[in-house]
Design a protein around this ligand. Structure first.
Ligand code: KG4
Ligand code: ZN
Length: 347
């Protein structure tokens, strides 16, 4: 099944062609992130106008680089939400028109289902269920337990900030640029992750939820107690490394809690923008090897599949249609607020 995936939920315009959910024929993406990094935030109206201008060139590049014609496509898959409404509308309006013009059926995909599918493309060995997915980005920190692509539940989520947000806000306190995750990782390279102790959030609470706002506050207090107005180059590595460790250790702690309660879990999948963190990958791998040997840990095969992309949308559509073929003829709404509960129930 040849699927054209389109994703425009935030500031990116992404189009990909993927065969059978795993074989990536093309993956083209353009984003305004460097412009919004300077402005310290996305301007929704501006993002949508740019996506309108980028959509046809990106689509053309994806089709050409895959070497396919519209008549070769079996399905067009489009992110139906959640996201910025103007941006989503550029994608869904384009996809609806292409579907009619090319006579190719259309399926709407929940953005989160895309992230949950992102470890399948280019995987050397096919992932297996039951699996636990830790989905971490600037917008969410969620734990999903699944028995199949469409059967599963959300068993943990953040009670306040998402972990990516904690990286971004922490970076800003340290005088580092946006996005904070890569900036903190770079600053932490030669630092000691155990130099400064941070609290373990909700430690005595019998919960699978996360809480990151306290860690951000602890960083603020650390800077205050050290009497630091502006962090110097000598101080930065240890502070950045300790903060990065605290955020990642909290994520890893919850994964261990889930595996203790659900020992039949075969694999742990790390997805979303924060899954690009090499420190998090290494910490998770080490902890699972010690505490849950035999459980396979994996993350997206390529860095561009961690952040928002169209490959994961095309892949999700393939697996959705394997389990629920009727999804192909069901109409869908473009929904900026599409809830997490819709991930498996609606298409
Ligand atoms: O999934 P994503 O591209 O966008 C959404 O938020 O949906 O995730 C962006 C987040 C940002 O908060 C950024 O700081 C974080 O992912 N991030 C990282 C790394 N690369 C990106 N966090 C930690 N380490 C990284 N290497
Ligand atoms: Zn995302």
């Amino acid at each position: 099944m040849l699927v054209l995936g389109i994703e425009t939920s935030c500031d990116e315009t992404a189009v990909a062609v993927v065969r059978d959910g795993v074989e990536v024929l093309s993956n083209v993406i353009t984003s305004m992130s460097s412009r919004y990094a300077e402005l310290a935030g996305v301007i929704p109206e501006d993002a949508a106008r740019n996506q309108l201008a980028c959509m046809m060139p990106v689509l053309g590049a994806a089709m050409t680089s895959a070497g396919v014609q519209p008549s070769d496509l079996d399905v067009i898959a489009i992110t139906r939400g959640p996201g910025l409404l103007g941006s989503l509308l550029v994608g869904t309006a384009t996809a609806r028109q292409l579907s009619v013009a090319w006579n190719v059926p259309l399926v709407g995909i929940h953005h989160t289902l895309g992230h949950l599918s992102s470890v399948w493309p280019d995987a050397q060995v096919p992932p297996q269920f039951p699996s636990l997915t830790l989905s971490v980005s600037g917008g969410h920190s969620d734990l999903w337990l699944r028995e199949s692509h469409l059967k599963g539940k959300l068993i943990g989520r953040t009670r306040d900030d998402a972990v990516g947000e904690a990286f971004d806000k922490g970076a800003s306190l340290l005088g580092l640029p946006y996005p904070g995750g890569p900036a903190i990782a770079k600053a932490a390279e030669k630092g000691d992750p155990f130099r400064y102790a941070f609290p373990a959030p909700l430690k005595d609470d019998d919960t699978l939820d996360f809480s990151f706002s306290g860690l951000k506050t602890a960083l603020r207090y650390l800077l205050r107690d050290l009497n630091i107005q502006t962090v110097t180059q000598e101080q930065l590595p240890d502070i950045a490394a300790s903060y990065q460790h605290a955020l990642c250790a909290h994520l890893v702690d919850r994964v261990n809690r889930v595996l203790n309660a659900h020992p039949v879990t075969k694999e742990v999948h790390l997805v979303g923008g924060v899954s690009a963190s090499l420190y998090l990958r290494a910490l998770l791998q080490k902890s699972l090897a010690e505490n849950h040997p035999g459980v396979i840990v994996r993350w997206p095969a390529q860095f561009p599949y961690c952040t928002d992309n169209a490959v994961m949308i095309a892949s999700a559509a393939y697996f959705l249609l394997q389990e629920r073929p009727e999804a192909l003829v069901q109409p869908f709404a473009t929904d900026a607020m599409a809830s997490l509960h819709d991930v498996f129930s609606a298409v």
